[in-house]
Design a protein around this ligand. Structure first.
Ligand code: PLP
Length: 435
């Protein structure tokens, strides 16, 4: 009998950690099988506890845009660690990171650093409510903004996987001011503002939703979001935890600004890439709004490890690398080559397939056309998706273990890695069950 160290570790983990994992989607509950316990990672690859290598299309769910162990980032982190892990007093690197983010994202005039996307989104909502003096917020079905109580309603990915309409432990009163609307539905949006416009503090949106696979807000829909927020005095909050510094240097908002010159959200939530794999996130926006935060204003927000010196070193080094001219052109082209390769493999195998990407973020569906919202994303045949996932995994390609998740290409992924992935997909697709 061969020894499966992943299985051994998983059995052991389940005795001390609920479900054996510290974040639900890692448990492979949606696709079945044994989660891979990662031993180490380098470049575009990681190795599991059995020593098996995988081409990694998760990249820590987005942060590892340079691939694992980039030399410049490693050096920055090692140097920072020698100077101390945390002080509870301000540092120059926090200022440098804030300045780097502000320079890349024109809508952000000021920002605050925190430690997770959840914390950033939660704080942004509190600030929006404090700054407007209003209670209500809009979120969209299938968009995930972290697991703060008020945002944990129809939130896609991990939640969708487990079929919770919402989470236990969130009293209805806590979400009574959270309106959940279908994504890309202008009529529903107009109706919500018509009824609640005067009470609306914020509209929070994943502009390119990555927690229901990969679904773009259409340009007309986004234009209407902007118009209605401005008209009713609500703040348009972009949750760019996933898309920020991932789909373009200026985030998804810069993609929308290409279609709508001058387009800007009022606030932006960031995470993932800005920490380069360390716990770091941020929320920012217009000066007048951000100055409502303590210690300047009445909206309280704080954090023992906020702006951590090792995390900021990691984030800064990462941003420096991805700011080089041509970086996103090359990354975008590589990611598109993956999607077109998969498309070709699917066509050969006679499998309905479509995909989309922006910068280093992608999604694909076993559907004939791109779904505009969560309901349509759910029409993907789960059994076929799971068979494809395991077919790829067996061939050393690690993609999202749930059909509601986006994927990520790093600049460490070579043309050969893409070709090997497409070859693995062609083989895996040949053996898919009937739709
Ligand atoms: C990952 C993610 C979050 C939550 O970030 P954490 O660091 O996991 O708390 C929030 N919003 C979006 C869009 C995300 O992708």
């Amino acid at each position: 009998m061969t020894i499966d160290r992943n299985l051994d570790l998983f059995e052991r983990a389940k005795r001390s950690i609920p479900g054996g994992v510290n974040s639900p989607v890692r448990a492979f509950r949606a696709v079945g099988g044994t989660p891979r316990f990662v031993q180490r990672a380098q470049g575009a690859y990681f190795w599991d506890a059995n020593g098996q290598r995988y081409i990694d299309y998760i990249g820590s769910w987005g942060p590892m845009i340079l691939g694992h162990g980039h030399p410049a980032v490693l050096e920055a982190v090692q140097k920072a660690a020698l100077d101390g892990f945390s002080y509870g007093a301000p540092t120059e690197r926090e200022v440098q990171l804030a300045e780097a983010i502000i320079a890349a994202v024109p809508s952000i005039e000021m920002l605050r650093l925190v430690s997770s996307g959840t914390e950033a989104a939660m704080s942004a909502i509190r600030l929006a409510r404090g700054a407007t003096g209003r209670p209500k917020i809009i979120k969209f079905e299938g968009c995930y903004h972290g697991h703060a109580d008020a945002l944990l309603v129809k939130a896609g990915s991990g939640l969708a996987t487990f079929g919770y309409p919402t989470s236990a432990g969130v009293p209805p009163e806590v979400v009574q001011h959270t309106l959940v609307l279908p994504f890309n539905d202008v009529a529903a949006l107009e109706a919500a503002f018509a009824e609640h416009g005067a009470q609306m503090a914020a509209l929070m949106i994943e502009p390119i939703a990555g927690n229901m696979n990969f679904v773009r807000a259409t340009v007309p829909f986004m234009r209407r979001c902007r118009e209605l927020c401005s008209q009713h005095g609500a703040l348009l909050v972009f949750d760019e935890v996933m898309t920020g510094f991932r789909v373009a240097l200026g985030g998804a908002q810069s993609v929308y600004a290409r279609h709508m010159p001058g387009f800007e959200p009022d606030m932006t939530v960031l995470g993932k890439v800005i920490g380069g794999g360390m716990p770091l996130a941020a929320f920012g926006g217009k000066r007048a709004v951000m100055e409502q935060l303590a210690p300047l204003g009445p909206v309280y927000q704080a954090g023992t490890l906020s702006g951590n010196p090792v995390a900021t070193a990691c984030g800064l080094a990462t941003l420096q690398e991805i700011s080089r001219p041509g970086y996103f052109d090359a990354l975008g082209a590589r990611t598109r080559s993956l999607i077109s390769g998969l498309q070709g493999a699917a066509a050969q195998a006679g499998v309905p397939f479509c995909g989309d990407s922006e910068g280093g973020m992608f999604g694909f569906f076993l559907l004939p056309q791109l779904p505009p919202n969560y309901t349509d994303v759910m029409k993907t045949n789960g059994a076929r998706f799971n068979a494809l996932f395991h077919g790829l995994l067996r061939r050393g390609v690690y993609t999202a273990p749930a059909l509601y998740e986006a994927g990520f290409v790093s600049s460490a992924h070579s043309a050969d890695d893409i070709a090997a992935t497409v070859q693995a997909a062609a083989e895996a697709m040949a053996g898919l069950p009937e739709a």
